[in-house]
Design a protein around this ligand. Structure first.
Ligand SMILES: Cc1cc2nc3c(=O)[nH]c(=O)nc-3n(C[C@H](O)[C@H](O)[C@H](O)COP(=O)(O)OP(=O)(O)OC[C@H]3O[C@@H](n4cnc5c(N)ncnc54)[C@H](O)[C@@H]3O)c2cc1C
Length: 393
């Protein structure tokens, strides 16, 4: 009988396994993949704030950036630059392994190549059936954590809902010029409704990827051929990795003896699809909730509801406003994106954002509200059709 069993050895699951084992709890961490080489489609871009708050070893940081250039469909540019580091790219596969090792050092039991198949919860325990090389193993614990990423069928089985509102991503490694900045590309032929990216990593290497609702591999080809024509990349024959990102949150992220964390709960920035920082923040909130639950031996739905209350207090507004911006942007055609670039430049919005500390890599809602309050921008997008009755920007 474990205290806690965790399904999913990604960022949320392995970080929680580390934190809960550090409290002296008996933790089981299960990962379906045999090799623990992390989520290879993930670019690994995080903020400086995230780096400072969480256990990132220096060896995990590949590159630091203080500048990003955004390109409109007709190649108008918006340049975001500050004096100090704004974002970093970490070695995502190494980071997952690093967290798993921290958890093991603190006493967690880690099993890879173990797919959680079936879960049941009663008033006394959580029971899990796991597929291990076609044999079934059964585990029991006082609490279960679902941290198995996007497209989690387990949350559905537990009656907590299923997030069908997702975006798909595809990414590959390329040889590139030695770029010094992150580059983001917009346009309906590259990433309709979303964006593509070129993120320099090691010398003369970069990650190139796209997010789209459909056919990410096809759009990635379009982006690669555009970047090749622009002379930014060459040799684009590396393997392409794909994955999904939830854009909305789960109906409910807790129940009797259960918490859901990370992508499985939809703890992601809907603007950019970044979920590393939010997963870590919510894992800390889950850890604090469970610490209290073990102290008073109360794992009821009502007790565990404080987890959702707290993470929504921290991130709820960001996710809500971020999703509004996402919906607005998804309706833009190429001309509107170009016009928006012009407006942001001409109206002084860009300078205002850069001077204002409110614009940061992870916290977007205040900047979005400021942009939407600009009369010209509000007119361009017809803001009222996106607001519900009684809502006010
Ligand atoms: C193309 C792309 C690029 C991205 N780039 C960034 C970025 O630059 N910065 C950023 O912050 N975020 C990025 N993200 C998002 C980020 O990868 C996720 O938000 C983050 O990985 C969420 O962590 P997680 O632990 O919740 O889920 P995951 O990292 O997906 O981990 C879930 C784990 O559960 C395992 N699992 C699933 N089902 C089972 C089961 N039944 N039994 C056992 N194990 C199971 C999976 O194998 C996986 O290892 C990107 C995502 C994509 C798709």
């Amino acid at each position: 009988m474990y205290d806690v069993l965790i399904i999913g050895g990604g960022i949320a699951g392995s970080y929680l396994a580390f934190k809960l084992s550090s409290l002296g709890l008996k933790v089981l961490l299960l990962e379906q993949k045999k090799n623990t080489n992390g989520k290879e489609c993930c670019t690994g871009l995080i903020s400086y704030e995230c780096l400072k708050l969480y256990p990132f070893d220096d060896s995990l940081v590949i590159r630091k950036f203080n500048r990003a250039t955004l390109y409109s469909p007709s190649k108008k540019k918006l340049i975001f630059q500050r004096d100090n580091t704004q974002a970093l790219v970490i070695d995502r596969p190494k980071f997952d392994l690093f967290l798993i090792n921290l958890a093991i050092e603190k006493g967690a039991h880690f099993y890879s190549g173990n797919k959680a198949e079936d879960i049941e919860v009663n008033d006394h325990k959580v029971m899990l059936r796991v597929d291990y090389n076609k044999h079934f193993l059964n585990f029991e614990a006082k609490v279960g954590i679902i941290a198995n990423g996007y497209n989690s069928k387990i949350t559905e089985k537990l009656g907590l809902g299923y997030i069908s509102n997702i975006v798909l991503g595809a990414q590959t490694e390329v040889e590139s010029l030695n770029h010094e900045e992150v580059e983001i590309f917009f346009g309906r032929n590259i990433a309709p409704g979303f964006f593509g990216w070129l993120v320099p990593t090691r010398p003369n290497q970069a990650k190139v990827g796209v997010l789209t609702r459909n056919n990410p591999k096809i759009y990635l080809e379009n982006l690669l051929s555009m970047l090749t024509k622009m002379g930014k990349v060459k040799n684009t024959k590396e393997k392409c990795h794909t994955g999904g990102i939830p854009l909305t949150t789960l109906t409910q992220s807790y129940s009797n003896r259960i918490l859901v964390v990370g992508d499985a709960a939809g703890q992601v920035k809907p603007t950019t699809g970044g979920g590393i920082f939010y997963s870590l923040i919510c894992s800390d909130i889950a850890m604090e909730t469970l610490k209290g639950a073990f102290e008073v031996n109360n794992f009821s739905c009502q007790y565990l509801s404080q987890y959702e209350k707290k993470w929504k207090e921290t991130l709820g507004q960001e996710i809500k406003i971020g999703y509004l911006a996402r919906k607005i942007f998804e309706s833009f055609n190429n001309q509107m994106i170009d016009l928006a670039f012009e407006l942001v430049k001409r109206s002084g919005v860009l300078e205002g954002l850069l001077k204002n500390e409110e614009l940061s890599f992870d916290w977007h809602s205040k900047s979005i509200i400021n942009i939407l309050k600009n009369n010209q921008v509000a007119k361009l997008i017809g803001i009222n059709k996106y607001l519900k009755d009684g809502d006010d920007i």
